[in-house]
Design a protein around this ligand. Structure first.
Ligand code: CO
Length: 193
C-alpha cells in the first residue's frame, strides 16, 4: 500500500459504499493508519491509497502510540453543516502544498466503524475540518477544488511540479496508464462494494 499523489486518476474516482466489514477490511484499515503516521498525517482516505471505497481514517494527533484516538469512517454521510470558517489545509497527496479553504465550522457525520456499528459524531473545530476534507476524497473531490482563485495562483507552480513528477513517473513505468488504473478499481469494486 502506498499513497498516490496528485494528479493520480484514483484521486478523482467516485468511490462506492462497502458491503461489509470483514478481517481483510480490518487489516486494510490498520495499514492505512500506519501509512498515515509514517507520513505525518492526521487523516487518510481510501482513494489516496488507490482503493475505490467510501472509507477514511482520522487520528487528530497523528500519534501512533495513541490508538484510542483512532477514528474509522465507513460509508460516511454528512449532515447539519453550520457556520463557515477559513483555515489552511494540506493533504498527503499534495506534499508540501498548503492553502486556505472555506468550510462549515460544524458538521454531523454518521458512519459505520470496524465493529459494524453505526456511529454519529457532532464534529467541530479540527475534527469537523478533517472529516469534511476526507469525506470529499471519497467523491473524487480535492481541497484544491475549494481554494479561492488568488490563493490557487500562489500554489500553481507547486501543482505543476507535482504534475511533472507524476507524468515523469508514469513514463518510467512506475504508474500504470489510466485504463489499467480504471480496470483495477472496477475489479476491487466488484469484490467489496
Ligand atoms: Co487529503
Amino acid at each position: 500500500m502506498q499513497i498516490v499523489k496528485y494528479p493520480h486518476p484514483t484521486l478523482r474516482h467516485q468511490s462506492k459504499p462497502l458491503r461489509r466489514v470483514d478481517n481483510d477490511l480490518v487489516r486494510l484499515v490498520r495499514q492505512m493508519f500506519d501509512l498515515m503516521y509514517e507520513n505525518k498525517g492526521i487523516g487518510l482516505a481510501a482513494n489516496q491509497v488507490d482503493l475505490p471505497y467510501r472509507l477514511f481514517v482520522i487520528s487528530l494527533e497523528g500519534d501512533a502510540a495513541k490508538k484510542d484516538l483512532e477514528l474509522v469512517f465507513i460509508n460516511p454521510v454528512l449532515s447539519q453543516r453550520k457556520g463557515m470558517e477559513e483555515k489552511e489545509e494540506g493533504c498527503l497527496s499534495f506534499p508540501g502544498i498548503y492553502a486556505p479553504v472555506r468550510r462549515p465550522e460544524k458538521v454531523t457525520v454518521s458512519a459505520y466503524n470496524l465493529s459494524g456499528q453505526e456511529v454519529r459524531i457532532e464534529a467541530s473545530g479540527m475534527l469537523a475540518r478533517c472529516v469534511q476534507h476526507e469525506f470529499d476524497h471519497r467523491d473524487g473531490k480535492l481541497f484544491i477544488d475549494r481554494v479561492a482563485e488568488p490563493d490557487l495562483q500562489k500554489i500553481e507552480r507547486k501543482l505543476e511540479a507535482l504534475e511533472r513528477e507524476f507524468f515523469d513517473d508514469r513514463s518510467r513505468g512506475l504508474i500504470p496508464p489510466d485504463d489499467r488504473v480504471v480496470s483495477r478499481l472496477a475489479e476491487l469494486e466488484a469484490l467489496r462494494t
